[in-house]
Design a protein around this ligand. Structure first.
Ligand code: SF4
Length: 100
C-alpha cells in the first residue's frame, strides 16, 4: 500500500537532496534485488526480482523521497521508490498516475 502523500508527489525540476538514502531499507539487502543482472534476465525472473524489491520499498520510510529523486533525475535503471524503470517512464509521460 502506498501512502497518501505519494499520490500528490510533485515532479521537481532539479535533483533533490540525497540525504534520505542513508535511511533506505535497501542498504541492508543485496542490491541485486533492485537492479537487473549483467546477463539476460527472463521475464518471470525479472518480475519475481522486482516484486521482491517493491515489497522492500513498500516498507521503506523514505519511499517518497526515493521516488521523487528517481523521477526528477530520470534514473534509467532499477526499482526506486517502489517503481521499476518502465513504470517510472510511464509516470513521467503521464500515462500512469502514482497510486495512493
Ligand atoms: S524506496 Fe526502495 S529503493 Fe528507495 S530507498 Fe527505500 S528500499 Fe531503497
Amino acid at each position: 500500500m502506498e501512502s497518501a502523500h505519494m499520490a500528490t508527489l510533485p515532479l521537481l525540476t532539479s535533483a533533490p537532496s540525497t540525504s534520505w538514502q542513508a535511511h533506505g531499507l535497501c542498504r541492508s539487502v543485496d542490491a541485486g534485488v533492485f537492479f537487473p543482472p549483467a546477463q539476460f534476465e527472463h521475464k518471470p525472473e525479472r518480475e519475481a526480482r522486482e516484486k521482491r524489491a517493491k515489497a522492500i520499498c513498500n516498507e521503506c520510510p523514505v519511499r517518497g523521497e526515493c521516488l521523487e529523486w528517481a523521477l526528477s533525475t530520470k534514473e534509467p535503471h532499477g526499482v526506486w521508490g517502489g517503481y521499476a524503470e518502465g513504470e517510472r517512464k510511464q509516470i513521467l509521460q503521464g500515462k500512469v498516475k502514482i497510486s495512493a
